[in-house]
Structure formats: structure tokens, C-alpha cells
Design a protein around this ligand. Structure first.
Ligand code: SF4
Length: 112
């Protein structure tokens, strides 16, 4: 029996278990909902990686969420919302950045 191969096999097996476990946890996390705590996966219209720090800061300050907790107060019914396509739109408060039509923030104002 080759002891070098045996050690290599043990080391490889030791690496495979954490990697497989991490992948499984990642898959479970994808199915458990979005960052807003709602069931299902919300449509994300704007990529946070493409935002300036100021744009991201405004969203955070105004507590923007991809899915409104109140279905009567969503971006689609807000005076600052301009629909674009596929459930997305742009927001006048967010300097025209994309928002989810089902979203909400603290600056929500009824569209008259
Ligand atoms: S102001 Fe807030 S609620 Fe209104 S469209 Fe913009 S993000 Fe949505």
C-alpha cells in the first residue's frame, strides 16, 4: 500500500466535505427568501455593485425594500415612480435609479 497516496486521499476527502457542505448551505439560503424576510425571491431591478456610494446611502437612509410590507404603498403607486419594464421602474428620489414596482421606501407619496 502506498502511504503517500493514502495521505493525499485523506486530505482530498477532508477538503471535499467542507466544500460540499458550503454548497448545500448556499442552495438552502437561496430558497429561504430574500434579504427583506419575505417569502420567495423579489425582483431586484438595480445591481448594488453598479451604484455609487451616495446612491446606496440614499436607499439605506430611506430604508428602501424590494417588497413593500404594505401592498397599498408600493413604488408602483408612488408619485416618484416611473415604470420602465418587467416590473421595474425608475425613482425620482433615487436620481432615476431603478426600483422594484413592488418596493417601498420612507419617501413614499401617493400618486394622485
Ligand atoms: S420614493 Fe420610495 S416608494 Fe416612491 S418610487 Fe422611490 S423608492 Fe419607491
Amino acid at each position: 500500500m502506498d502511504k503517500t497516496m493514502s495521505r493525499r486521499a485523506v486530505l482530498l476527502r477532508g477538503l471535499q466535505i467542507p466544500v460540499a457542505g458550503g454548497l448545500l448551505l448556499g442552495l438552502v439560503g437561496c430558497e429561504s427568501g430574500d434579504s427583506n424576510g419575505s417569502a420567495g425571491v423579489a425582483l431586484v431591478c438595480a445591481n448594488p455593485d453598479d451604484m455609487t456610494s451616495a446612491q446606496a446611502s440614499v436607499r439605506k437612509t430611506l430604508r428602501y425594500t424590494e417588497v413593500s410590507a404594505d401592498t397599498a404603498k408600493t413604488c408602483a403607486g408612488c408619485a416618484f415612480f416611473f415604470a420602465t419594464a418587467d416590473g421595474c421602474g425608475s425613482c425620482g428620489i433615487f436620481d432615476g435609479n431603478a426600483v422594484n414596482s413592488a418596493g417601498h421606501c420612507d419617501s413614499w407619496s401617493a400618486d394622485s
